[in-house]
Design a protein around this ligand. Structure first.
Ligand SMILES: [Zn+2]
Length: 149
């Protein structure tokens, strides 16, 4: 059953600029350039992050894990991996957005002169996200088996 407020779980992405209807969510965790929010209706978690220019192009991506994993992922490298995940979600799901959001994404692509997650995708693999809170007490290098350039 799709939530009437945030449209989870069918929807994975919201454009938060423009004049269309947007879900009213509550802040759960706040970090630099990323905020975890919860839908008051269905309890789904969403990750908000803004894009340049002027951080005026915020997107919401459906966070598929729990609150603790978001906090852990953010703390692992001050949000770097988390923001790469967010950019990956924008690139993966923007085509499924309804109008007028799809048109707003095209405006954003023009305004950002190619500096956006669609035209310049980060290399992100789902395995890059820190596994779970069960691993919090293990040394970080123990989970750093993925090769990075
Ligand atoms: Zn909801």
């Amino acid at each position: 059953m799709q939530c009437t407020e945030c449209e989870a779980p069918n929807r994975k992405l919201w454009v938060l600029f423009g004049e269309h209807r947007r879900p009213a969510l509550a802040d759960v965790q706040t970090g630099s350039w990323a905020v975890l929010q919860r839908c008051p209706t269905c309890r789904a978690l969403w990750c908000l992050s803004p894009y340049e220019p002027y951080a005026s192009f915020p997107f919401l991506a459906l966070w598929p894990h729990d609150e603790a994993r978001w906090r852990h992922s953010f703390a692992a490298d001050d949000g770097r991996t988390l923001l790469a995940w967010h950019a990956f979600m924008v690139g993966k799901h923007y085509r499924s957005l309804p109008e007028p959001e799809l048109g707003l994404v095209e405006q954003f692509r023009r305004r950002s002169c190619g500096h956006n997650p669609i035209d310049r995708p980060d290399t992100f693999h789902a395995a890059d996200l820190p596994a779970s809170t069960a691993n919090v007490n293990q040394p970080l290098q123990a989970t750093a088996a993925t090769p990075h350039s």
